[in-house]
Write a protein that binds this ligand. Structure first.
Ligand code: GLN
Length: 249
């Protein structure tokens, strides 16, 4: 299944996270260590979103190709530094299209979102949840995939004023109730806060001085990496980190 990461802290070059770290996202694409629930490699697209130093909305670069096959990305990543990043590599769930729009991060305004997992019984299991969304949102999904619909559900809660952790937890509970065997590792940032869930897949975090990295798999052998317990919600800034259990409804 997909691999994703988020970083908050002092600006770092993107190529460190994507290519240079010993177990950088590129390596997790072709040699992941902890795939669960099917899938072997993550070659069906990638995306990276980062917040420019000038502030404001994130810049996003996505493609429907393996992350190592894009020569523009390597040059771009080497020349770009950012203090807030969300990036993902994708292993398309069987039956879902391989298109640029299906690759995370999904975005609106300052928000960037990614999903690692699968909605069980897609799409019928979540038809009732989708019906509650504005029809405009359904007609403008980035792709006809479970992850794009999950983003629309999370975004709906954010627009209604939910906090990032609440938007993820509320969406996860609703989807779990409708489609109990789903895998729902969700990741969300606005450039100052990160929220993430573990629900069926691995996720680790490195809580450094003044920085936070969350990643499906540790990027290196730094001793500070901790594995998030299953079925938990992480809400963090550069200097705070809260882990809370996500109770099943
Ligand atoms: N189901 C999602 C998709 O197809 C996410 C896949 C994954 O986590 N591998 O895009």
């Amino acid at each position: 299944m997909c691999r994703h990461l988020a970083y908050l802290g002092e600006p770092v070059p993107l190529d460190g996270l994507l290519f240079d770290a010993p177990h950088a996202l590129c390596r997790q694409a072709w040699a992941p260590r902890d795939m669960r629930g099917g899938g072997t490699i993550n070659v069906d697209g990638f995306g990276v979103g980062w917040y420019p130093g000038s502030g404001g909305e994130p810049v996003r670069y996505r493609r429907a190709t393996p992350i190592w096959s894009d020569p523009s990305l390597m040059a771009l990543a080497a020349a770009t530094a950012s203090g807030a990043v969300l990036a993902a590599v994708r292993s398309a769930t069987a039956g879902m299209p391989v298109t640029e729009g299906a690759a995370a991060p999904f975005a609106e305004g300052r928000w960037l979102f990614s999903h690692n997992g699968k909605v069980a019984g897609w799409p019928d299991s979540v038809a009732k949840l989708a019906e509650r969304l504005p029809v405009r949102d359904l007609l403008t999904l980035d792709a006809p995939t479970d992850s794009a619909l999950l983003w629309a559900l999370v975004r709906d809660r954010l627009r209604a004023g939910a906090e990032p952790g609440g938007a993820l937890a509320g969406t996860l509970r609703a989807v779990h109730a409708a489609a109990p065997d789903s895998r729902l590792n969700l990741l969300l940032t606005d450039g100052t806060r990160v929220a993430a869930t573990t629900w069926g897949h691995a996720l680790s975090y490195l809580d450094g001085p003044g920085s936070l990295t969350v990643s499906s798999e540790p990027l290196d052998d730094t001793p500070g990496w901790a594995e998030m317990p299953p079925r938990h919600l992480l809400v963090a800034t550069r200097s705070t980190l809260d882990l809370t259990p996500l109770e099943a409804p």
